[in-house]
Design a protein around this ligand. Structure first.
Ligand SMILES: *[C@@H]1O[C@H](CO)[C@@H](O)[C@H](O)[C@H]1NC(C)=O
Ligand SMILES: *[C@@H]1O[C@H](CO)[C@@H](O)[C@H](O)[C@H]1NC(C)=O
Ligand SMILES: *[C@@H]1O[C@H](CO)[C@@H](O)[C@H](O)[C@H]1NC(C)=O
Ligand SMILES: *[C@@H]1O[C@H](CO)[C@@H](O)[C@H](O)[C@H]1NC(C)=O
Ligand SMILES: *[C@@H]1O[C@H](CO)[C@@H](O)[C@H](O)[C@H]1NC(C)=O
Ligand SMILES: *[C@@H]1O[C@H](CO)[C@@H](O)[C@H](O)[C@H]1NC(C)=O
Ligand SMILES: *[C@@H]1O[C@H](CO)[C@@H](O)[C@H](O)[C@H]1NC(C)=O
Ligand SMILES: *[C@@H]1O[C@H](CO)[C@@H](O)[C@H](O)[C@H]1NC(C)=O
Ligand SMILES: *[C@@H]1O[C@H](CO)[C@@H](O)[C@H](O)[C@H]1NC(C)=O
Ligand SMILES: *[C@@H]1O[C@H](CO)[C@@H](O)[C@H](O)[C@H]1NC(C)=O
Ligand SMILES: *[C@@H]1O[C@H](CO)[C@@H](O)[C@H](O)[C@H]1NC(C)=O
Ligand SMILES: *[C@@H]1O[C@H](CO)[C@@H](O)[C@H](O)[C@H]1NC(C)=O
Length: 699
């Protein structure tokens, strides 16, 4: 018995000894373990030799711990000072956890074999600087330092890197660092290949220094508050493949020397305040794949040499002041071009046919005085086309051409077509045309006739905008059967008849089947002057304002419980406001103004907790204005033009109204008295206006 026990003990002892790490390391790891907690368990038990603990690796000959790697293990807590005793550690990866506390610089100071330190995606905070007394710094061995996506702040202190001459990658993105970009970093670490300062609060001009990183490949500093322009020594760094400095306050022209960086693949300068033109020999950047210059003040015409950037996949130039003839450009060499955005510039001329030779094109946004040549039918991979125009003709021809682009998901043809057309033409409907369309906007296209019945066949349609046209006739009941439709904008047309009950059955507004395909779009699209990157961010809306609709508001509208915007304004709706409107619990905007609605405002509407914009102005409503829920935030403008409504917000006491009602039924205003009202209102306005002018002059 005893012998067996001893035997077992020896066996266990020897096997654990076989892979049990050095006892100093063992102590350090145990201390590490006791400083953290995890929602899942690590197999760090005493019965398992520590070199076989999860995330631990040792070197074979002396069982010293060389690597500790526990990314994404839901660890919280702080780092123990005992880690400093893992003197053979070369790889420490604790990214994607919830570790917190200050950056333990003194801990790493003595780890003079440490090559990789990845603490990204944690909750470390405070300054990145040595403690006053210790004067510690990162060891000479360090090659990769990733402190990104934490909560560090303050300036990056140069002294912590003064020994780090082997550093290759430095990522401090997505923190709250401030002060100037530490350009000096290249003096102590001249072999850096990756520098990422993006998403912080770095500010001011950048100074020379980066140029000393003669092997730099990636430089990112986007989403900061940097001003001035890149220092001239950057153009010395011929190894650069990526410069991403978007979303800053850079200004002035792009230095022509940038074409010396012939290895550049990614150049992202968008959302700054850059001016001037593109370098005329930009074609020297023949490796360029992504050129994003949108939202600056760049001007001039596009240099023909741009078409020598034959590796371009993404060319985004929207929101600039570029101009000139587009047709003079030959796009035919850009075989890899996938997305081109020229919107909101001042180009003139036809869309060049050579653009149709870019067979990889999936997304096109143009805003010029020319439409869709027939050649566009050959762009089979096109998924996104946005043409904001202002003086075009033949929308039917354009739609016919585009119905050949089988992959089209987004089609925005907004702008003033000068010829008045009906598109209720079933010839438009090819059997397979537009089957993938998700967004169709024909806003302000001077359309007449009825809502075209071929739209019923677009079973993937999610957004339909036919606003600002002259479409007449009824709202067709089949619209209610569109399975995915969640934005229907028919504002400003000549539609008549009732609001069909069938519309209240729109599935995407009645049942929450959070669709996964509301993902990112190839290009952001503009709707109501706002840019959307994802369909998901669009407000779910039913908008039929400014038409000639009549009858009651159907109570069934309460079924559309996902609706965020409901606009029924400026029609001829009558009857009372249905109580069931209160079921629209997601509603943020509700406009029923300018109709003939009567009766009281249903008490239940105070339950609409998200409504921030509300109007029932200019109807025939009566009774006391509610004060529960959001109602105390609405101003008089939400209720004006209803003579029988009363309440504090209208400064009309309810008992006065009731008394008046009892004494005499409210008379129809006589024509003269109406004129008198208008006159006195106008006079009052003028007097008020003068008073304001006088007071503001006397100030
Ligand atoms: C401890 O867990 C890790 C990761 O799950 C595993 O690779 C290792 O084999 C485990 N060790 C033992 C002794 O079970
Ligand atoms: C390990 O580190 C701690 C804290 O830094 C220190 O107090 C201790 O003496 C060290 N232990 C060994 C065995 O080196
Ligand atoms: C750390 O681990 C994560 C997750 O496995 C990995 O993506 C990351 O590249 C690692 N960091 C380094 C510097 O190797
Ligand atoms: C820096 O880290 C962030 C995550 O915090 C990552 O998204 C980014 O790609 C990294 N930068 C580089 C240049 O690898
Ligand atoms: C920035 O950091 C936060 C917090 O760690 C994280 O949730 C977010 O995904 C990070 N953003 C990027 C772009 O890496
Ligand atoms: C452009 O950069 C070069 C260095 O490559 C420099 O000599 C020149 O002065 C810069 N031009 C301007 C306008 O800053
Ligand atoms: C067009 O671009 C200018 C300049 O960048 C910008 O100010 C304006 O808001 C843009 N217009 C639209 C509709 O995006
Ligand atoms: C609009 O186009 C028509 C014909 O294409 C032309 O006659 C007219 O002058 C143009 N109007 C404007 C304002 O450009
Ligand atoms: C719409 O068409 C009519 C008739 O052709 C024309 O008079 C009107 O100017 C057009 N409207 C616009 C905004 O182009
Ligand atoms: C609907 O169309 C009108 C007129 O074009 C526009 O003002 C409004 O912003 C649009 N609303 C939505 C939600 O698309
Ligand atoms: C509005 O509809 C009514 C019928 O409901 C019709 O009599 C009237 O002519 C229409 N008004 C306009 C401007 O179309
Ligand atoms: C609403 O208007 C219709 C005509 O459009 C009329 O027949 C009906 O009686 C009116 N209903 C109310 C309650 O005023």
């Amino acid at each position: 018995m005893l012998t067996i026990n001893i035997f077992v003990f020896l066996l266990l002892f020897s096997s654990s000894k076989a892979l049990s790490c050095n006892h100093i390391d063992h102590h350090s790891l145990l201390s590490f373990y006791h400083h953290i907690s995890s929602t899942t368990t690590l197999n760090w038990s005493s019965s398992i030799p520590c070199c076989r603990w999860e995330g631990v690796a040792c070197q074979n000959h002396d069982l010293r711990v060389t690597s500790l790697s526990l990314p994404g293990r839901a660890l919280s807590g702080t780092l123990t000072p005992f880690l400093a005793n893992l003197s053979f550690l070369s790889h420490l990866n604790l990214s994607h956890n919830h570790l917190s506390g200050l950056f333990p610089l003194s801990l790493f100071h003595s780890l003079n074999r440490l090559k990789t330190l990845d603490l990204s995606f944690n909750l470390f905070s405070g300054l990145l600087q040595p403690l006053e007394s210790s004067g510690s710094f990162l060891p000479v061995s360090i090659r990769t330092l990733d402190l990104s996506s934490n909560r560090f702040n303050g300036c990056v202190d140069p002294s912590i890197l003064r020994r780090a001459k082997n550093l290759i990658s430095f990522n401090v993105s997505n923190n709250s660092f401030s002060g100037p970009i530490p350009s000096f970093i290249c003096r102590s670490s001249p072999f850096l290949r990756v520098l990422d300062f993006s998403m912080n609060q770095f500010s001011g001009r950048m100074f020379d220094g980066i140029g000393e990183c003669s092997k730099l490949q990636i430089f990112r500093a986007g989403f900061n508050f940097l001003s001035g322009w890149l220092p001239n020594d950057v153009y010395r760094v011929r190894t650069l493949k990526e410069i991403s400095v978007s979303n800053n306050r850079f200004s002035g022209p792009i230095n022509g020397s940038i074409v010396l960086l012939s290895g550049l693949r990614v150049l992202e300068l968008h959302v700054n305040d850059l001016s001037g033109g593109l370098p005329t020999d930009i074609g020297l950047l023949s490796n360029l794949e992504q050129l994003k210059l949108h939202t600056n003040s760049l001007s001039g015409s596009l240099p023909p040499s741009l078409m020598d950037c034959i590796n371009l996949r993404t060319l985004l130039l929207r929101n600039n002041l570029f101009g000139g003839q587009l047709s003079s450009l030959d796009f035919s060499k850009l075989h890899r071009l996938q997305a081109i955005d020229l919107g909101n510039n001042s180009f003139v001329g036809r869309i060049p046919d050579s653009l149709c030779l870019c067979r990889s094109l999936t997304a096109v946004r143009l805003a010029i005085n020319a439409l869709v040549g027939p050649c566009m039918a050959s762009l089979r991979s096109l998924t996104h086309l946005s043409v904001a125009t202002n003086n075009l003709s033949n929308i039917v021809g354009a739609l016919k051409t585009l119905s050949n682009c089988d992959n089209l998901q987004v089609l925005l043809l907004t702008g003033g077509f000068h010829d008045e057309t009906s598109i209720d033409d079933n010839n438009l409907w090819r059997r397979s045309g537009f089957q993938n369309l998700q967004i169709l906007s024909l806003e302000e296209c001077n359309l007449t006739g009825q809502i075209p019945s071929w739209i019923a066949k677009l079973r993937n349609l999610k957004v339909l905008d036919l606003s600002n046209n002259r479409i007449s006739g009824p709202i067709p009941t089949w619209l209610g059967e569109m399975p995915d439709l969640f934005v229907l904008n028919l504002t400003k047309n000549l539609l008549s008849g009732n609001l069909p009950r069938e519309i209240c059955g729109l599935q995407a507004l009645t049942t929450d089947k959070t669709s996964s395909d509301l993902g990112y779009l190839a290009l952001p699209f503009l709707l109501n002057g706002q840019e959307y990157n994802r369909l998901f961010n669009l407000q779910r809306g039913l908008l039929v304002g400014n038409n000639n609709l009549s009858g009651n508001i159907p109570g069934e509208i309460g079924q559309l419980k996902l609706l965020q915007v409901l606009d029924l304004s400026n029609n001829n709706f009558n009857g009372s406001i249905p109580d069931k409107l209160s079921r629209l619990v997601n509603l943020e905007k509700l406009d029923m103004s300018g109709n003939h609605l009567s009766g009281e405002i249903p008490q239940s509407l105070t339950g609409l907790h998200f409504v921030s914009s509300f109007s029932v102005a200019y109807n025939d409503l009566e009774g006391e204005i509610l004060c529960g829920g959001q109602f105390h935030t609405f101003s008089a403008a939400s209720f004006e033009g209803n003579h029988k409504l009363c309440g504090n917000v209208l400064k009309r006491k309810c008992w006065v109204v009731k008394q008046v009602e009892m004494e005499q039924p409210e008379p129809e205003p006589e024509p003269e008295s109406l004129w008198f009202d208008i006159l006195s209102f106008g006079l009052g306005y003028i007097v008020g206006f003068l008073a304001i002018r006088i007071t503001s002059l006397s100030l």
